[in-house]
Design a protein around this ligand. Structure first.
Ligand code: GTP
Ligand code: MG
Length: 203
């Protein structure tokens, strides 16, 4: 996807959120352009990748779609550790899922990388009649907590590629100096301090 002379960046991204909020559906929509009315609940986690282009740079997202069921909670750090971006998903028709999203944001702030780009996705925006979480409430929460916020629908595709594009843009803004010379590949999100240590090993 990168034009010749462009750069390639790999970025680990994790999706977190309550069971049934639509994490897998968002990934399926983004990666395959599909939607399933009866998407199966994720067991453990699933891995996908998809590349987006921002100007001359190809950003390959390495996506960990985690399971929302509480019994898998203890696995989550494996997936968000070293991640450069996270999408915390709630369901606009379910207030509990919004409360759960806030808990995930807290956990990421305490245990995730400090410069992680965190997006808040209010999914199932195609169900306005069943809405329980207002746009204003979520927007205000996102602003207070340094997240960027979009309401999405995996079903209709509204804002799905947009949220990944915006994450890619923010990753590039945060790390312009990590972009290597043309055509070089760099791994964004896997222990940058280790690669710095390696490159400085001498004497
Ligand atoms: P776990 O893997 O159990 O954590 O759930 P999940 O967050 O991956 O949710 P999943 O993608 O499995 O979606 C749960 C249900 O919600 C499925 O029946 C989907 O079809 C439905 N769903 C997902 N996204 C949307 C959406 O944007 N709109 C509507 N109407 N339904 C959706
Ligand atoms: Mg799932």
């Amino acid at each position: 996807m990168a034009s010749s002379g462009g750069k390639n960046i790999n970025a680990k991204l994790v999706l977190l959120g309550d069971v049934g909020t639509g994490k897998s559906s968002l990934v399926l929509r983004f990666v395959k352009g599909q939607f399933m009315e009866f998407q199966e609940s994720t067991i453990g986690a699933a891995f996908f990748s998809q590349t987006v282009a921002i100007d001359e740079t190809a950003i390959k997202f390495e996506i960990w779609d985690t399971a929302g069921q509480e019994r898998y909670h203890s696995l989550a750090p494996m997936y968000y550790r070293g991640a450069m971006a996270a999408i915390v998903v709630y369901d606009i028709t379910n207030q509990n899922s919004f409360d759960r999203a806030k808990k995930w944001v807290q956990e990421l702030r305490l245990q995730g990388d400090l410069d992680m780009v965190v997006a808040l996705a209010g999914n199932k925006a195609d169900l306005p009649d069943a809405r329980k979480v207002t746009t204003e409430e979520a927007k205000a929460y996102a602003q207070q907590n340094g997240l960027f916020f979009m309401e999405t629908s995996a079903k209709t595709a509204v804002n799905v590629s947009d949220i990944f594009q915006e994450i890619a843009r923010r990753l590039l803004q945060l790390r312009p100096t990590q972009n290597p010379a043309a055509t070089g590949a760099v791994l964004v999100g896997n222990r940058p301090q280790e690669s710095v240590a390696n490159s400085q090993s001498c004497c």
